[in-house]
Write a protein that binds this ligand. Sequence first.
Ligand code: FES
Length: 126
Amino acid sequence: MTTAYVICRLEDIPSRQARGFLLARRGGAGEEIPWPVFIVRWGRHVFAYENKCPHQGTRLDWEKDQFMDGAGERLICGKHGALFELDTGRCIVGPCAGAALISIPVSVEDADICFLGVDLMEPGED
Ligand code: FES
């Protein structure tokens, strides 16, 4: 059975917007590894990615939760203006063109947005 973690409610993210979260994953020795991620919503569809540009490894949001371009149609790196497809995370313009963000399996269950198959730690959990 695949573990599902509820991250937030669908209505917490307006359509055509994205929201970042700082989660924590469990490392191989049980240690806590900070895991910045973001979720983008398009109507009933949601996509989730690690908040880590493929070319420099930095976060995309230059201001908190600012992941979308001006038209609200693509993801954007606030530092370099690189553009990424919403549904694939593939960079179509910018220094990492052709590379892709790391996607996270996500589903919507009873209006809860859930991550699937990841081993998350609760804050302060040992
Ligand atoms: S950090 Fe890679 S495009 Fe900005």
